[in-house]
Design a protein around this ligand. Sequence first.
Ligand code: GCB
Length: 604
Amino acid sequence: IHQGGILYPRASESRQVTTLDGLWNFIVANTSNPFLGFQQHWYKTDLKKINTSEVLLMPVPASYNDITTDWLLRDHVGLVWYDRSFFVPKRWSEEGRVWLRFGSVSYAAQVWVNGEFLMSHEIGHLPFVAEVTNYLKYGEENIVTVACDNTLLQDTIPQGKLEELQNGRLTQTYTFDFFNYAGIDRTVHLYTTPKTYIDDISIVTTEIQGSEASLWYNITVAGDDNVTCRVTLIDKNDNTVASKKTHSAFQGVLKVENPKLWWPYLMHDRPGYQYSLQVELFSPKGNDLIDKYSLPVGIRILSWTNSSLLINGRPIYLHGFGKHEDSDFRGKGFDLPVIIRDYNLIRWVGANAYRTSHYPYAEETMDLADEMGVMIIDECPAVNIELFSDRLLAKHKTSMKELIRRDKNRPGVIMWSAANEPRTQYIQAKEYFRQVIETIKQHDQTRPCTIVEAQNVNVVESSSYVDIISFNRYNGWYQYEGELDVVSYNVIQEARLWHQKFNKPVIMQEYGGDTLEGLHFVPSFIWSEEYQVSLLSEHFKAFDQLRKEDFFIGEFIWNFADFKTAQTYTRVGGNKKGIFTRNRQPKASAHLIRRRYWSLAREY
Ligand code: GCB
């Protein structure tokens, strides 16, 4: 596995990009002998030749769980095997290097190319890449094989447990509340770079003084570093606004006069403005282009105090949702129609932010947030961790590092979330999170970080290390269900307590109640559309009071849309706390939110 940069594959004068998305062959490992595939070296042959009757056709990208009609596959625990063949043009042998990159495989993956082991990766929702130049047959068909294991244990991120049922079948249990979808769920890229290539680009920091912005960058070159590097910043009208050439130490600063700043949606009539940072490598004499990569960059300044979060010096109030990557059939599989529909609904409803609960979302989804000016609280996949150990801590740090490596240049990412609802009432949580937050700060000090807490404020110590306090609370639902009149009092009291204890800005990251579309009751009754409307309205009263008290900087409904969960009698076809259905149509509450969010936007 490549340990350097993880730049998203983009075609240029020196790079070619193709995908291996499409139909792959798929076999579920035999539960009585899960390791048969390894014993019989399935990666050395075409899966179709092994046992044709068991080979299914599986779309990539997609979670495999809901594609067939077989409940055993939906609930399968352990290994599945994927393979496909692909043709590599002869001329690619002259390109320099060829790379194979997975946007995400959930949960763990081992990859072979033409029967040779290439790489392995653990933790879903994060990309990984390796060079395949010497594994490929040029001008011929090649075969890629992936063994994917969805098992969650006490030392995986997130945690889970295996249980053996009376009949000997293994079943996966987990405490988090979304279906443990698995498979090759994001795009698989095959792309070329030259031998000497741009391995990584970091926008280290941005400063603005008067009418001038300074963009500090750092570029990593791999291969032969005896090259010249030119960095050019180009605006949307193709004008060069700054440029620099260096012969070694590929870092520096670009100065931009009267920069067009990156602003969030609704805070400016030109939200999400991005320049293109064009990085070019030339031969030492400076004539021949060796490599070129263009990265979209936004110029914006993020800052925070003990009561507010500011963009370009202006305090921001976040109004949005917790979301999920979830849709019918596809599960967590990357799907552009769903993603674009979601952004259209985000605009329709007037939200300016969302949290990537409870794991990193696809890079293509993040690109759109950058472009539209949607602010993102970027969460790592550590949801509901409950048993703290050194092994777990090491993986938690890895997931944070991989997330920051992937998203460090994104203007839309305004905060890191180190975890959702960890069991921070336990004594070990404090030191554990001290280290997780330290890791975040080692890799990025330009953004604030948070832990999304659900424990009682009195017992939580780990949030002393974060910059922003986040809490989830289900007044009128898990607590005091049906008792709407206590909601606003409780929310106000609790938000004040968090602020008093930690003296930091506070966000309510989750609140809401399950609502079955089409269920109506007057007076309102839990699960009805009327109840969701009343429940949210009671929260708004609290938020309006809290916003007068300065420290309260955001409200996030749980959830944007209904989503699938594990099977339990508290969930009718999944979690129904969406203001949109799983099919992305509005419940009554969506119209209410739309009125509120647009009126909040008018206040900026
Ligand atoms: C929570 C979790 C979220 C759940 C939600 C619920 O606190 O953070 O993942 O889906 O509650 O609806 O129970």
